[in-house]
Design a binder for this molecule. Structure first.
Ligand code: UDP
Length: 238
C-alpha cells in the first residue's frame, strides 16, 4: 500500500464497513463491504459492488463538503474498497436531516411519504443496536454526556450546512435529497464529519420520476438495487 500505509488490526466490524488501525495512530482505514442490512439487521443481504460505489461516492461527497468548509474525517481513497480516514472518537448520536417526509417519520407521525417540509428538520437518534437507535432530544445527549453543548451546536450547524451543499449539488444532477444520516466524531479536540455518505445512508429520488435511487430498493424489495446504486454514482460523478 502507498505511503507505507497498511492495515494492522481490525478493531471494528460494522454492518457495512470494517475499520483497521494503521501504523499512524491518528489514521484508520475503512474497508467498504457489500453486505447490506435493514431494520436493525433483521433483514440481511448483499448488494453487488455496493462497497466500491459507496467508497467512491463518499469520496466525491466528502470532497465537495471539504471545499464548502465542512471538516470531515476523509483523507483519501486508497483503492476500490479502502478509504484512509482520520481516527475519530465517535459521538454516539446519529444525526438525521430531512427535507421531505419518508421512512420512520412518515410511520411515526402518520404523514404521507413525499410531503415537503417547510424547512429542513434535524433529528437525533441514540446509536444503540439493543435499543434500535431511539429518537432522542439533543438534551438527552447533554444529560448523558454523549456530547457537550458546544459540540451539539457544531453538529447542528454542520448538519444543515451539509444539507444545503448536497441538496444544491444533487438538484443540479436531477436528484432530490429526501433525507440522510450523519455521524460525527472528535479528532484532536475538533468535531469532524465521519462515516460515509451514500445510498445506504441517504434517500435519493429522481427529480423527474421520483424513482428511488437508494437503499429503500433493498429495504422494500423494489428490485434493481444494484442499478440504482450505479445510477446514483453516475449522477454524482457528473
Ligand atoms: N439511516 C441510516 N442509518 C440508520 C437509520 C437511518 O443511514 O440506522 C438513514 C436512512 O437511510 C434515511 C435517513 O437516515 O436516509 C432517515 O431514516 P429513517 O429515520 O426514516 O429510518 P428508516 O426508514 O431507514 O428506518
Amino acid at each position: 500500500m502507498d505511503d507505507g500505509l497498511q492495515k494492522l488490526e481490525m478493531f471494528y466490524e460494522g454492518k457495512a464497513k470494517k475499520l483497521y488501525s494503521t501504523p499512524d495512530p491518528d489514521l484508520v482505514i475503512a474497508h467498504f463491504k457489500d453486505d447490506a442490512t435493514a431494520f436493525n439487521a433483521k433483514k440481511r443481504g448483499t448488494i453487488e459492488d455496493k462497497g466500491v460505489i459507496n467508497n467512491r461516492m463518499s469520496e466525491l461527497f466528502f470532497g465537495i463538503l471539504e471545499k464548502a468548509g465542512v471538516k470531515t474525517h476523509f483523507v483519501r481513497r486508497l483503492n476500490d474498497r479502502d478509504m484512509l480516514c482520520k481516527r475519530l472518537e465517535i459521538v454516539p448520536v446519529e444525526t438525521v436531516v430531512r427535507n421531505i417526509v419518508a421512512g420512520s417519520m412518515a410511520k411515526r407521525l402518520g404523514r404521507e411519504e413525499g410531503e415537503e417540509l417547510k424547512w429542513p428538520i434535524v433529528e437525533y437518534y441514540y446509536k444503540s443496536d439493543p435499543l434500535d437507535d431511539p429518537l432522542i432530544y439533543a438534551e438527552h445527549a447533554l444529560l448523558f454526556g454523549w456530547a457537550t453543548e458546544a459540540e451539539l451546536r457544531t453538529i447542528h450547524e454542520l448538519a444543515l450546512k451539509v444539507n444545503e451543499v448536497l441538496r444544491r449539488f444533487l438538484d443540479e444532477r436531477g436528484v432530490i435529497l429526501v433525507d440522510f444520516k450523519l455521524e460525527f466524531g472528535r479528532h484532536k479536540g475538533e468535531i469532524l464529519l465521519g462515516d460515509e455518505i451514500c445510498p445506504d445512508t441517504c434517500r435519493f429520488w429522481d427529480k423527474a420520476t421520483r424513482t428511488k435511487l437508494d437503499k429503500d430498493r433493498f429495504r422494500r424489495d423494489l428490485g434493481d438495487v444494484e442499478g440504482a446504486y450505479q445510477e446514483m454514482l453516475r449522477r454524482v460523478e457528473g
